[in-house]
Write a protein that binds this ligand. Structure first.
Ligand code: GDP
Ligand code: MG
Length: 177
């Protein structure tokens, strides 16, 4: 995967999670430093790109955005093809979406035959909480059992944690090649 010359390598990253958790907002913040407060449901599949340099390697990151209601439909499997990593998003103000994150990770594991696709977990919308987010279960054990590399607290609105999370994911992907 690593290029000896100056060329950028392309990495395909899936961004999944339940409806309205902030997948599109995270991608917009990361790629265009923009936040849209009004909710516009994503239709079908879309992707945004960002060029970055990490560990001396130029990387063209493609963040793939899928509509949340598409979970495990036929489209999902097509869209998972050739991915290098995944970002699973849940909404820290809606506890049900945490279980949705596990369901999405199960789909990823199933599609990749349990071959570990580097994956991180994002607790998004942390700006809306009056207290720091507490996970409904032991999060270190949860990440280990479900093979999430790491978890991060994020806010697409306030631009918290997103760069750090994605950079960490890209590092893990580059190290695994
Ligand atoms: P998606 O369905 O997962 O793509 O979710 P969207 O990115 O469309 O976001 C759903 C709604 O939540 C929109 O109204 C966003 O403006 C809002 N939203 C997304 N991320 C955040 C966040 O970090 N903080 C707050 N306060 N609102 C957010
Ligand atoms: Mg969306």
């Amino acid at each position: 995967l690593k290029n000896s010359d100056d060329e950028a390598i392309s990495l395909k990253i899936l961004v999944v999670g339940k409806l309205a958790c902030g997948k599109t907002s995270i991608i917009q913040r990361y790629c265009h430093n923009h936040f849209q407060p009004k909710y516009k449901p994503t239709i079908g599949v879309d992707f945004q790109q960002k060029l970055l340099e990490i560990m001396g390697q130029k990387v063209l990151l493609q963040l793939w955005d899928i509509a949340g209601q598409e979970r495990f439909g036929h489209m999902t499997r097509v869209y998972f093809q050739n991915a290098h990593g995944a970002v699973v998003v849940f909404d820290s103000t809606r506890s049900g979406t945490f279980l949705g994150a596990k369901a999405w990770k199960d789909d990823i594991d199933y599609c990749f035959n349990k071959e570990d696709l580097p994956t991180i977990l994002l607790a998004n919308k942390c700006d809306l909480l009056t207290q720091p987010y507490t996970f409904p279960e032991d999060i270190d054990a949860f990440c280990q059992t479900n093979r999430f590399h790491k978890y991060f607290y994020t806010s697409a609105k306030e631009d918290t944690g997103i760069n750090e999370a994605i950079e960490e994911l890209v590092k893990v992907i580059l190290e695994s090649y």
